[in-house]
Design a protein around this ligand. Structure first.
Ligand code: FES
Length: 218
């Protein structure tokens, strides 16, 4: 099992993304679940933006693996997904702050003195490869809880259209049967949408955002 990416800075208690469309309680519970956010075989070195539970993230490939962090530069709040990878550093496109794999700033351009690298860090999230996909969790705790696929997971080839469609179909069925009452998550029967439905909607949206290869319904 791949170790989670280091987190330079966890999300603060009570955090909600700007413009969040979930209730605070739902978001806090869903943020503890693992979601697939990209096909592992197509994550480029160039950072790319994705949205998970209304939180904007930047995903990119570093020499030591795939990294996922908040898409917010701690200098002026501009998107890090506009930046580039140089060696083992992510370079912000706007004023040139350089960040390591752990999200900690390594170098501040002279024009920003007297600020130092210690002043800046990015919230990072784990990036775990499973079933040909990259999974992450916004409030991780313990080992990754990634749903099993009903078929043999090793049969899937993430670059193959038929495999991806089958993966999605099996995966959503797997989630349909997932017991959200375990792991301390209870479902309010009066809620207009259950947590399971919210999670299913989010999985569906994420799969569809991965491109045409996964957009066809099985
Ligand atoms: S906004 Fe990133 S370095 Fe200024």
């Amino acid at each position: 099992m791949e170790p989670p990416s280091p987190r330079a800075l966890p999300l603060p208690d009570g955090f909600l993304p700007p413009g969040c469309t979930f209730s605070g309680q739902d978001w806090a519970l869903l943020a503890r679940r693992w979601f697939p956010v990209a096909r592992a075989d197509v994550v480029p070195a160039k950072p790319r933006q994705l949205t998970l539970l209304d939180l904007r993230l930047a995903i990119y490939r570093m020499p030591d693996g795939i990294r996922i962090g908040r898409d917010v530069c701690p200098h002026r709040g501009l998107p890090l997904s506009a930046g580039r990878i140089e060696g083992d550093e992510l370079v912000c496109a706007f004023h040139g702050l350089r960040f390591g794999s752990d999200g900690q700033c390594r170098k501040v351009p002279e024009k920003l003195a007297p600020k130092t690298a210690e002043c800046f860090s990015v919230t990072m999230f784990p990036a775990v490869e499973r079933h040909g996909l990259i999974w992450t969790c916004l409030i991780p705790h313990g080992d990754p809880e990634i749903p099993e696929i009903s078929s043999a997971a090793g049969d899937f080839d993430a670059s193959d259209l038929a495999s991806i469609i089958k993966l999605r179909s099996d995966f959503l069925m797997s989630i349909e049967n997932f017991d959200f009452s375990i792991h301390g998550i209870t479902i309010d029967p009066n809620h207009h949408l259950s947590l399971r439905d919210l999670a299913l909607n989010e999985y569906q949206r994420l799969f569809e955002s991965m491109g045409p290869a996964v957009a066809t319904h099985a």
